[in-house]
Design a protein around this ligand. Sequence first.
Ligand code: 5MM
Length: 325
Amino acid sequence: MSALNKIARTMVSGRRGILAADESIGTMSSRLEKVGVEPTEENRRVYRELIVTTPQLSESISGVILADETFRQKLSDGRTFPRFLDDIGVLAGIKVDTGAKPLAGAPDEKITEGLDGLRERVAEYVRLGGTFAKWRAVITIGDGMPSDRAVRANVHALARYAGLCQEGGLVPIVEPEVLMDGDHSLAKCRQVTTAVLEVLFEELDLMQVQLDGIVLKPNMVVAGTGSPEQPSVADVAKATVETLRETVPASVPGIAFLSGGQSPELATKHLGAMQGLDPLPWELTYSFGRALVGPALETWRGDNDNWAAAQKALSERAVANAAAR
Ligand code: 5MM
């Protein structure tokens, strides 16, 4: 077993999943403001400390994805976040993309940036204690979207990112997110997700990415949030698993879903319903952001009297997702 494969398997096996706490400074700041917390560097640090010090986190969380700012910050006891995670038996991951920007000639579509200097940044993150990385590509469904060029440009960047991470010793989480925004049907989401995953695996092959040393982080196949016809939990589970079976090689060790704006409870139900569907060639787990930490942030609201209750709210979601596996 290669070192990359060993890390990837640790990330996805057993009952555990991955916690995405890698909101960029802008996203984290607006989420803090929404719950009445001043968006300072220190408040972002305190909030991340609340998350990672949640009791028994390591029983349901195998890895935490951090943003660059958090990766370099310290907990109150002086340990860096990667060091603390290592001490509690949780892998430290790092978001290495620098955000999704408008694609030239297609302002309603996005291309994720961050390849420049990535080889050097990967080497630094490894020195700081990172074991895996994340890059998120964003695909929009809409009038004439996604365009072929948006899909091609994004999967090309994902594959080059994955190759650079593997060369430097980090397991890449490969995240092509087909957004839930819009009034499209489940069938449309399935068609677009299939097309994106097909070209993604072509491109990963072209770049000679070792498939047993990645973790795929896709969207579930759902209807758009504005669609009048919302599918049942069983329909989402079936469409998602069928789509993945058609597109994801069995050599990929695990698939860890994003939640994409689903409610925490629904994301967990979907994950649970997929586990019952025949033997699957890969592990199926979670790499949720909002569906794991949303209730904790709402509970904390910057008041340290709510610290324990907020950690309990995170713990409940993490335990529910582990049980769903
Ligand atoms: C936690 O949010 C991640 C970073 O977002 P920005 O760079 O936009 O601030 C995001 O990539 C996240 O990891 C995925 O979208 C999964 O999170 P959800 O909430 O969709 O499960």
